[in-house]
Write a protein that binds this ligand. Structure first.
Ligand code: R5P
Length: 296
């Protein structure tokens, strides 16, 4: 029995319609509460975008330049990231468990750079992903490569596994050695990932037609960084990707291989969250670089 007098309806706000709030991310409205909550640990709800710092390169290429000592080079950058993409080995050994943002766990692997890269298998169990309280699982999908079907199957299995505990899956469109990296190919890869269940997709930026890649993918696309570019070029690429529909960036080498990584990630964040123009962001990078140099 309610403990209030039935005639006193003040606290029932009968004139206020129930609050209905659509989830802020594209294609994610029908997902369960836990999955949406995890996505909100990756993407900032106030902007709907993310700056994910990718440091998982060692899973197939060993101690990558800039990642030799993650404790020294990466841990100081964590406060500027919205999410962190990495392996469970580096997560457990090196990342403080007080890191409160989204962990995107590398969940596929197998071959090193000495072998056929597309020959990957799933490399993490659901139990461990739950134990690590991850916000998403990441899996490489090699459309057009030798082991295309195997990697697509890795992803679909991971999507099923993820649904058991409400963990979303990031489909990473990997480009095989002889593949042409253009909008047509990337649209094909991204759409396959989304159609087969990935709740978010990571892909490369292309100068021509990137807006068709984002438009034809029903879930959020995060731009992969790729090889190290001069800072202004990397900021310009991030700006264009956001303007053309990307929901954020997942950048590694263009941040941690910069001589001034803290300045660079802050400039990238301004581009992603505030749509700061590339030249202005580069100016900010230069100002912050001066301070980073003094602090050393
Ligand atoms: C590739 O898929 C790796 O998992 C990296 O996370 C990815 O390449 C992003 O790093 P980068 O910006 O250095 O390309």
């Amino acid at each position: 029995m309610p403990d209030t007098d039935a005639k006193d309806t003040k606290n029932y706000y009968l004139d206020v319609p129930p609050r209905k709030e659509a989830f802020f991310l594209k294609g994610s409205n029908a997902l369960d509460w836990g999955m949406q909550n995890r996505l909100a640990r990756i993407f900032r709800p106030d902007t709907g975008r993310t700056v994910m710092l990718a440091i998982d390169h060692g899973y197939m290429q060993g101690p990558t330049s800039g990642l030799e000592r993650v404790d020294v080079s990466i841990v100081p950058l964590l406060p500027y990231s919205d999410a962190l993409m990495l392996t469970r080995g580096v997560l457990r050994s090196t990342i403080p468990s007080s890191y409160g943002r989204g962990i995107v766990l590398r969940a596929s692997g197998g071959p090193s750079i000495l072998k056929e890269l597309s020959n990957e298998q799933l490399a993490v169990d659901l139990d461990d992903a739950v134990r690590l309280n991850v916000a998403a699982l990441a899996v490489q999908v090699y459309v057009g490569a030798d082991f295309e079907t195997q990697t697509v199957h890795n992803m679909t299995r991971l999507v099923d596994i993820g649904y058991r505990s409400g963990i979303p899956v990031l489909g990473v469109t990997a480009v095989g050695r002889d593949m042409v990296r253009d909008a047509r190919y990337l649209s094909l890869s991204c759409r396959i990932c989304a159609e087969l269940g990935a709740q978010l997709v990571k892909t490369y930026y292309v100068e021509e037609g990137f807006e068709t890649v984002t438009a034809s993918c029903p879930v959020p696309i995060i731009m992969a960084g790729g090889k190290k570019l001069p800072e202004l070029d990397a900021l310009t690429m991030a700006y264009q990707a956001i303007e053309q529909g990307a929901a954020g960036v997942d950048m590694g080498r263009n941040i941690f291989q910069s001589e001034f990584p803290a300045a660079m990630i802050q400039a990238v964040s301004k581009v992603v969250h505030e749509r700061m123009k590339p030249r202005e962001a580069f100016q900010l990078f230069q100002d912050l670089r001066g301070r980073e140099r003094i602090a050393r």
